[in-house]
Design a protein around this ligand. Structure first.
Ligand code: NAD
Length: 424
C-alpha cells in the first residue's frame, strides 16, 4: 500500500498542472502544503485488560472551497506521507466534481483483523475523542476508507455527538442508513464510473453493445461497476479477483451477479463459471490477473489495487482505453506511455469521484433534514460526473495534454480561485 513517499508523487503531478497555470507564488505555496497535520496517540483498553497505544492521523490539506473531506484508513502500513498524499488527492477530487468540500484524510496504524469488535469500537471512539475539537459538519467531515466501514462511522458519529452534546449526523458520511446514511453510497463510486464510461464511449464513437470490457478486482468497486456495465449493455468479457480471473470464450457478456454467487459458494471466481452447482467450464476459461490486463478489449478497468500497470507490463496492455477505478493503478511511466500512444486514461480522482459526490449528497440531506429518493440522488450524482468529465476533456484538449493533467488543471484552478477570492 504505502510506497516510498506517495506525497512526492502527489506533488509531482501537481507541478505538471501548475506549469500550465499562471498562479501567484503565495497560492502555489498554499497548494503544496497541508493546512494542518494532526498526529496523536490513542490508548485503547484491550480485552485482556492491558492497554495498547495506537498512532492516529488526520491531515487537513485544504479547505478553501469548504470543510475538509476524506476517509479514515486503518492499516498496519499507513504513515504520514501516505495520509498527506491521500489528503491532497481528496482536495483535487472534490474540486473536479465541483462539490463544496476541501480535502483531508485520516488514518490509524493498526491491523484491524487483529482486534476484537470491542477493541475496534474503543479504538474508533478514541480517534474521535482526540479529534472532536477539529472536526464537524462545517470543519472536517470524515468517511470510511480502507478497512473502515459504516459500522465504524456509526460508532464515530455517536461518540462525536456525545462529546459535543447534540446529534450531529453531518459530521461523518458513509454511515449506516439508520443513522442518516444513504443507500446509494454503497455503489455511488461505481455509478460515477459508469457515467464516465458512457461519456468516454461517446467521445471514442463506440457503441456499448460492441464495447468489450475487462474488470480487474471484484470488491465494492469492481463488482458494482461490472454489474452496471453489464446492465447498461456493455460486453463484460473478463473479471478477476486476487485469486485469478475468468474470460468468456464466446465473447458474450457475463452477468457479475452469477459470478458473485459462484464466488460465495466456491470461494473463487476462476476455474469455471458456476451458477449454484451447475458449472459451465465450456464457455469460460480461467485466466491469470496478468493475462486479464493484456486482453485486447476496448476498455480495461483496474479496480483492485495501486500499481497494477507499471513499466514492466505496460507494453503488453492492448486495451483501447483505461478507466482507473482503483486509486493509483498506473505508475507515472505507464501514464506517459499510454498518453504517447493516444490511449485515453481516465484518472482515478475523476473516475472514482462518484463516492465522494455521493457522500456530499448524504451531508446535504443530513444538514437540511430532508430525505431524497434514490432516483433524485442518482440524478444529481450523474449530473456532477458528466460535468466533471466534460471539464476534464475540454481542459486536456485546450492544453494539448493528457486527461490526468487536464483534470488537475481544472481542479487546481478552482481551488486557487477560492484562495484568491478569500483575499489570501
Ligand atoms: P475491496 O477491498 O472491496 O476490493 C478489492 C478487490 O480487489 C477484491 O476483489 C480483491 O480480491 C481484488 N484484488 C486484490 N488484489 C488483486 C489483484 N492482484 N488482482 C486482481 N484483483 C485483486 O476494495 P474496493 O473498495 O473495491 O476498492 C478498490 C479500489 O478502489 C481501491 O484502490 C480503493 O482505494 C479505490 N476506491 C474505492 C472507493 C469505494 O467507495 N469503495 C472509492 C474510491 C476509490
Amino acid at each position: 500500500m504505502a510506497t516510498a513517499n506517495p506525497f512526492q508523487s502527489a506533488l509531482s503531478q501537481l507541478e505538471k498542472a501548475l506549469g500550465l497555470l499562471q498562479l501567484a507564488p503565495h497560492i502555489v505555496a498554499e497548494l503544496k502544503k497541508p493546512r494542518h497535520i494532526h498526529e496523536f496517540t490513542i490508548p485503547v483498553l484491550m480485552d485482556d485488560g492491558s492497554r495498547q497505544v495506537f498512532t492516529g492521523y488526520r491531515v487537513q490539506y485544504n479547505d478553501a472551497r469548504g470543510p475538509f473531506k476524506g476517509g479514515i484508513r486503518y492499516h498496519p502500513k499507513t504513515n504520514l506521507h501516505e495520509v498527506k498524499a491521500l489528503a491532497a488527492w481528496m482536495t483535487w477530487k472534490c474540486a473536479i466534481v465541483d462539490i463544496p468540500f476541501g480535502g483531508g484524510k485520516g488514518g490509524v496504524i493498526v491491523d484491524p483483523k487483529k482486534l476484537s469488535k470491542g477493541e475496534l469500537e474503543r479504538l474508533s471512539r478514541g480517534w474521535v475523542r482526540e479529534m472532536y475539537r477539529n472536526i464537524g459538519p462545517d470543519i472536517d467531515v470524515p468517511a470510511p476508507d480502507v478497512s473502515t466501514n459504516p459500522m465504524i462511522m456509526g460508532w464515530m458519529v455517536d461518540e462525536y455527538s456525545r462529546m459535543v452534546g447534540s446529534w450531529q449526523p453531518a459530521t461523518f458520511t458513509g454511515k449506516p442508513v439508520e443513522l442518516g446514511g444513504i443507500p446509494v453510497r454503497e455503489y455511488s463510486t461505481a455509478r460515477g464510473g459508469l457515467i464516465v464510461v458512457e461519456e468516454l464511449v461517446k467521445k471514442m464513437k463506440l457503441k456499448p453493445a460492441k464495447t468489450t470490457v475487462a474488470v480487474q478486482g471484484f470488491g465494492n468497486v469492481g463488482y458494482f461497476i461490472a454489474e452496471m456495465l453489464h446492465d447498461a449493455g456493455f460486453k463484460v468479457i473478463a473479471l478477476s479477483d486476487s485469486q485469478g480471473g475468468i474470460l468468456a470464450k464466446n465473447g458474450k457478456s457475463m452477468d457479475p451477479r452469477n459470478v458473485m454467487k459462484s464466488k460465495k459458494e466456491r470461494g473463487m471466481i476462476h476455474g469455471c463459471y458456476c451458477v449454484g452447482s451447475v458449472c459451465d467450464c465450456e464457455n469460460y476459461t480461467a485466466i491469470t490477473n496478468e493475462k486479464l490486463l493484456q486482453l485486447p478489449v476496448d476498455l480495461l478497468v483496474p479496480a483492485a489495487l495501486e500499481n497494477a500497470i507499471t513499466k514492466e507490463n505496460m507494453r503488453k496492455v492492448k486495451a483501447k482505453a483505461i478507466l482507473e477505478m482503483a486509486n493509483g493503478p498506473l505508475t507515472p511511466e505507464a501514464d506517459e506511455y499510454f498518453f504517447k500512444r493516444k490511449i485515453p486514461v481516465i484518472p482515478d480522482f475523476l473516475a472514482n469521484a462518484g463516492g465522494v459526490a455521493g457522500s456530499h449528497l448524504e451531508w446535504v440531506q443530513n444538514r437540511q433534514g430532508v430525505l431524497w429518493s434514490d432516483k433524485e440522488v442518482l440524478q444529481k450524482l450523474d449530473n456532477k460526473m458528466r460535468e466533471a468529465f466534460a471539464s476534464m476533456w475540454n481542459a486536456a484538449e485546450k492544453h494539448t495534454t493528457d486527461l490526468r493533467t487536464g483534470a488537475y488543471v481544472v481542479a487546481v484552478e478552482r481551488v486557487a480561485k477560492a484562495i484568491q477570492a478569500k483575499g489570501a
